[in-house]
Write a new protein. Structure first.
Length: 158
């Protein structure tokens, strides 16, 4: 797997955060490249963390934080269980759709200082925090994906 380097740009805060978030999203997606459903479900740890679960979990995270908590949309938040018939390609499609919607909401907001409409954290958070949280959460799980893919078949690279 060829290594994908992070983007280098001289843009504004929102543009930079979204570029880095998208880089982490794609790094995670690349870890599922060429895998069948059975391989994508394999886990070497008791928690059951697998490549397929990671992408389903991050789909939920983006919908929860951007659509539900920030935008306050009345939507069904997907759970992060992996259905037995879920194909990696379908999970990737759902993740990309959710990510594109999240990006539109983030880009359409008046400011990164805009507060969440449904704050359910102990302290209120704003859109800046939401985007940075998604960036750190996605990067964290992309790192997990690096290890899982190397464990599966020796493939490395971002």
């Amino acid at each position: 797997m060829a290594d994908l380097k992070p983007p280098r740009l001289d843009g504004g805060e929102r543009e930079t955060l979204l570029a880095l978030l998208d880089y982490q999203r794609e790094s995670l997606i690349r870890k599922l490249a060429g895998l069948d459903g059975a391989s994508a479900r394999l886990s070497p740890v008791d928690s059951g963390t697998s490549l397929l679960w990671l992408i389903v979990h991050l789909t939920r995270a983006e919908v929860t934080w951007v659509s539900d908590r920030f935008a306050g949309l009345d939507i069904d938040v997907p759970d992060d269980g992996v259905a037995v018939d879920l194909a990696p390609a379908d999970a990737i499609d759902r993740y990309r759709q959710g990510s594109r919607f999240a990006d539109r909401v983030i880009l359409g907001a008046a400011s990164l200082d805009e507060p969440c409409r449904r704050p359910d954290a102990p302290a209120p958070v704003n859109l800046r925090w939401v985007v940075m949280h998604l960036l750190e959460e996605t990067a964290r799980h992309a790192g997990h994906a690096d290890i899982l893919r190397e464990w599966l078949d020796g493939q490395t690279g971002r």
